[in-house]
Every structure is written in structure tokens, then in C-alpha cells.
Write a protein that binds this ligand. Sequence first.
Ligand code: SF4
Length: 369
Amino acid sequence: MENGIHYRTCHLCEAMCGVAIEVSNGKITSIKGDEDDPLSQGYICPKAVALQDLHNDPDRLRKPVRRTDTGWQEMEWDAAFDLVAQKLHQTRSEFGRNSIGVYLGNPNVHNHGSLVSTLPFLRAIGSQNRFSATSNDQLPHMLASLEMFGHQILFPIPDIDHTDLFICIGANPMASNGSLMTVPDFRGRIKRLQGRGGRLIVVDPRCTETGKLADEFHFIRPGSDALLLMAMVNTLFAEDLVELGPAEHLAKDADLLRLAALAFTPEAVSDHTGITAQTIRQLTRQLANTPKAVLYSRMGTSTQRFGGLATWLAYCLNILTGKLDTPGAMLFTQPAIDLVSLGALGGQSGHFGTRHSRVKGLPEFGGEY
Ligand code: SF4
């Protein structure tokens, strides 16, 4: 690397903080947050600072290696690419395209190089045996997006910088720096929210790092989020608090939801959730009566028995209170690399269960098992 300051993005996590890497005599001398980065504004976490150690680690691979009978052997990049291409081609010719399995880890979506090159690569491989971290993480969100917004990777995100009430259920952005949300310096952003008179409410089975910053924290029994959210829907209708906003066109069947929620009164779910009926009503009123508010749910509501339902209900609550597609609430994004318009799913909006895995018969989702 040339001497001077190199501006890059840390892609260890979804926050994608801007970093300024100072190089002197071919060595990294410091890694700092890039003050001019519009998203992270100078913030970085200790992981980015530690990239320096990773980079300078004498054991780090500098070149591709291949296993031989006599041990690992270094090779040149061109030779490595040729070898991989030849083996992939040979395997596919001999055993068919589905003989190649593809697994994609999370950092692929934090890296613009991967974002633009992965899709053509997957199309070229042509295998139906694709896997990723998604199934451990966000499938319920993708299913809700497909059913509600028409595309499985169309994720609205909380407008944290302009909201006055951030209700966070089953998520710990203090540790994750946001997931399906992307918020470097969550602590700073929450301080600014609180500084302008806003509030953070956290609902979680554990008093997490995010819970410790909250103005209001409520324990909930694990796996009972769908009951809480259903009771909030019940309260909205019972107290005449439904006010559809810009997303009214998404709420054609709102009356069916009212009927479905009839039995789930705050009293009926209180014992199951561990949250009092009064608290459930107050939580609902705060969401409905705060003009700029948002209800955000994540891993804790996703990776559980009622994950699909809980995630769908969280979006329903935002829609029923006019908190979707409006500033200070849940917003659709305008990404630099728009996977939806790039046709990430072969031009389709998504699919579920169009084929099943060979051994367990589990459904594919968006082309992945
Ligand atoms: S929060 Fe830390 S790990 Fe994540 S992108 Fe920023 S610096 Fe990197």
C-alpha cells in the first residue's frame, strides 16, 4: 500500500463504517473512523481498529495455497483461478449443475464487490443447492416482505435519526449496530433521540445492552412476542386508534385482522407474555399517539416458533398506526446497489416452497435451502 491515508469501508458487519487507514513505509500505522463518512460520521468499534493486527499477522495468508501430498503449497492467483474454474467445470460436466453446493456468509452483503459479482457467479454455476446465513436469521422478515410489500428483499428500515419513539422488540442494536437497519454508532443515535425529547422502549426476555439504554424496559417470556403484538393490534381496534397513513393501500384486509385479534385481549395474553394488560395498552397508545414513532423487531422475533407471524404483526402495527413509508417511522430505502431492481432473484419477486430438499423435504425460499 502507498504511504498516506486510504479511505475504505469496514465490512465486518452491516454497519459498514467508513475508516481512514494511515500507511507509512508500507505499514499500517493507524485505523480511525472517517469523520466525513455520511453514515458512520467518524464512528468505529474496536473490531475495525483490530483490523490492523489482522492485516499485519505473520500467519495471514498472502497468497492462495493448495493442499498437496507433501503439505500446503503456495500458488499464484491466476493459477488458483484457473484451477478453481477447471474443477467447477469438471464437476458440473460429470455430475450435473446441482452437484455444486454454494454457501454465502453474511459479509457478502456488506461488500459492494461481492454484491455486484455474486449474482452473475451464481447464475453461471446454475446450482439449485444454495445455502446462506439467511435461514438462521431473517427468513421470517423476507416472507413478510414478500407477502406484504411484494418482494422478499424489500426491507423497510426505522428512520432512527428522525423518530421520537423507537420501540425495539427482540433486537439488540447496541451489540449488532443494527440488523436489516444499518446504524453505526447506535448509542450516539439513541442519545441524540433522547436529547430531542424522544424515547427508547425495549421489550426483550433479557435486559440487553440496548435494554440498559432504554427509557422503558419490559421483560417478555421467550417466544410470546406474537401474543403481545396481537394484543396490541386488538387494543388499536378496541380504542379506535387505527389511523392508516401513506401505506393505506397495503391494508385492504385490515378488518380481517381486527377479527383475528378479537380474542387476544391484553388480559388474555398477560400471563403468557409476562406483561401486564395495562402496560400492553400503554405501549400501544404510545405507538399510535406519537406522530414520529416506529416499532422495530429483529432476531428475537424471527428465530422462534412464531417468527413469521410475529414479524408480520410488527409490520401490521406500523401500517395500522400510519408508521410506514413516512419520515420518522419505517422507511423504504434508496440503496446505492438496488438488488430489487437488479433482479436479484432472476427477475422474480421471491418464492417459497417451489421445490424441496432431497433428504428432509424442506421447502426452498428464494432459491435457497
Ligand atoms: S460497527 Fe465495527 S465491525 Fe461493524 S462496520 Fe463499524 S467498525 Fe466495522
